[in-house]
Design a protein around this ligand. Structure first.
Ligand code: HEM
Length: 74
């Protein structure tokens, strides 16, 4: 398979950190917002209850600081 499948070996993740994986991508606030919309749409498509939707989004959002590195461009 492709190298973008991640680097899981057994139960130990040996890949880069979230920050190392995304910093060079210069992901913007608007790209992050697009990702959040896809996330919400996916939760809706699979009828995930509100409480679980919120719990999962809290986990996702906790990584935002490591992913968005170009907040001011569009
Ligand atoms: C909470 C949300 C996200 C999670 C959990 C996540 C997770 C990851 C992880 C674990 C990797 C590294 C995989 C590896 O090398 O083994 C990765 C790479 C990558 N992510 Fe994300 N990501 C998130 C959001 C995003 C967003 C919003 C974008 C784009 C708008 C994005 C684009 C990419 C790209 C292009 C790579 C490959 C980078 C490279 O190999 O040079 N990610 N992501």
């Amino acid at each position: 398979m492709m190298s973008t499948m991640g680097r899981l070996t057994g139960e130990t993740y040996t890949g880069r950190s979230m920050s190392e994986s995304h910093k060079h991508l210069k992901i913007t606030e608007s790209e992050w917002a697009a990702f959040c919309k896809d996330f919400d749409d996916t939760m809706a498509k699979f009828n995930i209850p509100e409480a679980e939707h919120k719990e999962l989004f809290a986990i996702v959002e906790s990584t935002k600081g490591d992913i968005v590195s170009a907040p001011s461009s569009s």
